[in-house]
Design a protein around this ligand. Structure first.
Ligand code: SF4
Length: 116
């Protein structure tokens, strides 16, 4: 975990996020409404298209970062301390240097897309 560095690819915000009661209360306290859906497997964050409703897909940022669910705070580490195999960027680009380069390229691309 020491060498893990999030490159803000947004991949994990396309996965299903199961909510705890604490998560729901925290998001409600932050003024959020209509963000969850009941399924046979529990209560999950809703998606818009193929990503979480709280993901800003352009900035690849969480719009409720301070109130985000516990599982988002821990990702990509499971409760048993193991790294999730679902963090594709971290697995595919195994070295810290590769991740830094990719993060730099993503930042440059975003800067190019900004209106001048
Ligand atoms: S709550 Fe935030 S961190 Fe969690 S999946 Fe949604 S956008 Fe991503």
């Amino acid at each position: 975990m020491d060498d893990f560095e999030c490159i803000r690819c947004g991949f994990c915000c396309h996965l299903d996020v199961k909510l705890t009661e604490n998560d729901i209360q925290r998001l409600k306290a932050a003024g959020k409404k209509d963000f969850s859906k009941q399924t046979d497997h529990g209560i999950f964050l809703k998606h818009i298209g193929n990503h979480c409703i709280f993901l800003d897909p352009k900035k690849k940022m969480c719009k409720v970062y301070d109130s985000r669910p516990d599982i988002c705070r821990r990702f990509p580490v499971h409760s048993d301390g193991e790294m999730s195999g679902k963090c594709q960027q971290d697995r595919r680009f195994g070295s810290r240097i590769s991740r830094k380069i990719i993060g730099f390229i993503a930042m440059e691309r975003e800067n190019q897309l900004k209106p001048k």
